[in-house]
Design a protein around this ligand. Structure first.
Ligand code: IMP
Length: 424
């Protein structure tokens, strides 16, 4: 019995889905604790590819329990679509393998409208570049204590009453400020009802389920979404998501006390970012293009091209301090093949001195200059390497350099999208 957590150390899209899928054989229960369908976790098996936005990435084996914790925000329509897509891929979702906390907040149509209208109304540099999935407005309602929770789906009258209570304020914003069409309560109820009816059997006390699993000696795996630099408190505010992505939130976001036996920090071998916001090591040049093309760096939720750049040890040091990984999982190492030399950002120059951790002031990350160390690259195809010893010398040196700098061993190295392309 143990608790394992998998989390993203950068700006999301580190390849957490593959790592959770790989480690799923060690866990019986896999639980999401934050974020919503702004996430896109890609799983590749020998003959199929699945992109999951809400359902935990442990869903592929038939004997696992996947849970959606209270810290998640859930779009009922998206979840139902995901269940249908999995069904088409031969994976059956039933209340036996999926549970939803009754305390999980629901993303309503007005959250999505507001998210998009707000972004549209902002001028270019102020845009966050959200995924437009209604994530921020839904978390806002949770904090304002006017949110609608998954448990409310059991009572149609309550659902309608809560929608009616929320709508005047939403419509005032939509109509007066954003010049958008107002929404009608009955119409929203009509949209939600078929999904709600389908999802009610999946409602569970997730906190209790986790306790029962632990009492039965089972291993629970907590699946993070996004990455540390998108954390609402610790990320590059205001260009962040609306939830705490750090490991500490696994506790509050599921209703289980924090005691992680293993914390796996997923580190992409270079850095990417999708959406607006500072990105000190971004390479707007052929190097960035190499990473973008070779790494197929397109957002799995929005299809947007990801910005790409060198590995940044400054943000990774902070991720280690905030989240305490016991192990690193370094992903997409193969993408760096073909680059003669590889740079790693070891510090930032900020206000005339070198700093080892990101500065704390808002937008200060836009004012730093990365200090690089240059390492030799290589052109060998490493995608079939099965052990660390199979890797070319320079690739091994790169991994060792990261391990030393972050004082954490890299026990997983991914050299391609397939499950088999992993050095454990
Ligand atoms: P939101 O989460 O849709 O509000 O978007 C806020 C910021 O977080 C935007 O820059 C998004 O591109 C980014 N973001 C949200 N979810 C993910 C993710 O799963 N991977 C990468 N970036 C994300």
């Amino acid at each position: 019995m143990s608790n394992i957590i998998v989390f993203g150390t950068q700006w999301g899209d580190e390849g957490k889905g593959k790592i959770v899928d790989l480690l799923t054989e060690r866990a019986q229960v896999i639980v999401r604790f934050q974020g919503g369908n702004n996430a896109g976790h890609t799983l590749v098996t020998r003959d199929k590819k699945f992109i999951l936005h809400l359902i935990p990435s442990g869903i592929l084996p038939p004997d696992k329990t996947c849970l959606i914790g209270n810290g998640v925000v859930l779009d009922p329509e998206v979840l139902c679509r995901e269940m249908d897509d999995l069904h088409k891929g031969g994976i059956e979702i039933t209340p036996a393998n999926l549970g939803i906390s009754k305390k999980t907040h629901l993303i309503m149509p007005y959250h999505k409208e507001l998210d998009r209208a707000r972004e549209k109304a902002k001028s270019g540099k102020d845009r966050i570049g959200t995924t437009g999935r209604g994530i921020g407005p839904c978390y806002e309602d949770k904090m304002s204590r006017v949110g609608i929770r998954a448990g409310d789906m059991q009572d149609r009258d309550l659902l309608l009453a809560k929608i009616k209570k929320a709508l005047p304020e939403k419509n005032a914003l939509l109509e007066s400020l954003y010049k958008e069409e107002p929404l009608q309560a009955e119409e929203i109820l009509g949209i939600i009802t078929p999904y709600a009816d389908r999802l009610v059997p999946y409602l569970k006390d997730v906190s209790l389920k986790i306790q029962e699993a632990r009492e039965a000696g089972q291993t629970v795996m907590f699946e993070g979404a996004q990455g540390v630099q998108l954390d609402i408190d610790h990320g590059t505010y205001p260009f962040v998501t609306s939830s705490n992505t750090v490991t500490g939130n696994a506790s509050a976001g599921t209703g289980s006390y924090y005691s992680m036996d293993e914390a796996i920090g997923v580190v992409k071998a270079y850095t990417t970012r999708v959406g607006q916001g500072p990105f000190p090591t971004q390479q707007d040049n052929p190097v960035g293009e190499h990473m973008q093309v070779q790494g197929a760096e397109y957002g799995s939720t929005t299809g947007r091209k990801r910005r790409c750049g060198w590995l940044d040890l400054v943000i990774l040091r902070e991720a280690v301090r905030l989240c305490g990984p016991t192990t690193l999982a370094i992903t997409k190492l193969d993408v760096l093949s073909g680059l003669d030399s590889i740079k790693v950002c070891t510090a930032y120059e900020y206000q005339g001195r070198d700093i080892l951790y990101p500065p704390q002031e808002e937008n200060s990350m836009s004012a730093v200059t990365p200090v690089y160390q240059e390492l030799p690259g290589g052109s060998e195809d490493i995608s079939q390497c099965k052990t660390r010893r199979d890797l070319p010398h320079n690739a091994r040196m790169y991994i060792e350099h990261i391990e030393e700098e972050l004082k954490t061993p890299a026990e997983i190295i991914s050299v391609g999208p397939d499950r088999e392309q992993t050095i454990m």
